[in-house]
Design a protein around this ligand. Structure first.
Ligand code: PGA
Length: 267
């Protein structure tokens, strides 16, 4: 049996909060987040806020994620920031978020190169995958996930792939787009599919070891149910992560779940 991972609770602030707003939210949040061995709280501020937030946080309580980076390590790429530059700053980088795939036309190959660049620079990729409503209705979810995962991880070894976090974020459930609410059993099926996909490429062990989390309109009411899905090891939270009370409750749900799991293991 593989060792259980910590429950991941990731706050994707997207392009919100200037430096002082981010700092205010972090200082309030510090009070509610405990140093907890089974739950990992990750903040993903804008690139501009990453450095000041990194100086402010208690690193025993929080880890940081960048929301994007460019796949070349250095050079004449005006306006870009590389994974190499983020090495000391971010533990994770979100890659292939649907907003980047849709608004910035990021291709499968670009996402693959970003995943490799993150790994090369010792940063853990949080690879976002998911289908549109039309694709789901057309029965294409499996094919979409297969293509997104297959390409994104194609330059990795099995060991490298086992360290990746895959965030299943159906586009129809993300608040920015259609914002429908996904039922936990719909998610359970896809989480299983994702693990099988990874197992098919890299072997059973990697399929079990890779972390799979869920994202899409997660709030303080639904977080517990999503985190409790078999095989799902956390949540990626957008809109609700900007609200201090709602996000605190989501973190509380993770604490409650980890306590429950702990109890079961000891029994
Ligand atoms: P949402 O965003 O929680 O606002 O739906 C999730 C995400 O885009 O990562």
């Amino acid at each position: 049996m593989k060792k259980p991972h910590k429950i991941l609770v990731i706050a994707n602030w997207k392009m919100n909060l200037n430096v002082s707003q981010a700092s205010f939210l972090v200082s309030k949040r510090e009070k509610n987040v405990k140093v907890q061995k089974n739950v990992e709280v990750v903040l993903a501020p804008s690139l501009q806020d990453l450095q000041p937030v990194s100086l402010q946080i208690d690193r025993r309580k929080f880890r940081l994620a960048a929301q994007n980076a460019y796949f070349k390590d250095e050079g004449a790429y005006t306006g870009e920031v590389s994974f190499t530059m983020l090495r000391e700053l971010a533990h994770y980088v979100i890659i292939g978020h649907s907003e980047r795939r849709i608004y910035f036309k990021e291709s499968f190959e670009e996402i693959r190169d970003k995943v490799s660049a993150a790994v090369r620079n010792g940063i853990t990729p949080i690879l976002c995958v998911g289908e549109t409503k039309t694709e789901r209705r057309g029965g294409e979810t499996g094919q979409v996930l297969h293509d997104q995962i297959g390409t994104a991880l194609s330059d990795l070894t099995a060991e490298e792939a086992s360290n990746v976090v895959i965030a299943y974020e159906p586009i129809w459930a993300i608040s920015t787009f259609e914002g429908d609410i996904a039922k936990p059993d719909e998610i359970e099926q896809e989480v299983k599919f994702i693990r099988n996909q990874v197992a098919g490429i890299f072997g059973e062990k990697t399929g079990q070891e890779v972390r799979v989390i869920y994202g899409g309109s997660v709030d303080d009411h639904s977080a517990g149910a999503y985190m409790g899905i078999k095989g799902c090891e956390g949540v990626l939270v957008g809109g609700a992560s900007l609200n201090y009370h709602r996000f605190s409750k989501i973190v509380e749900s993770a604490y409650a779940l980890s306590k429950e799991k702990d109890g079961k293991e000891k029994r």
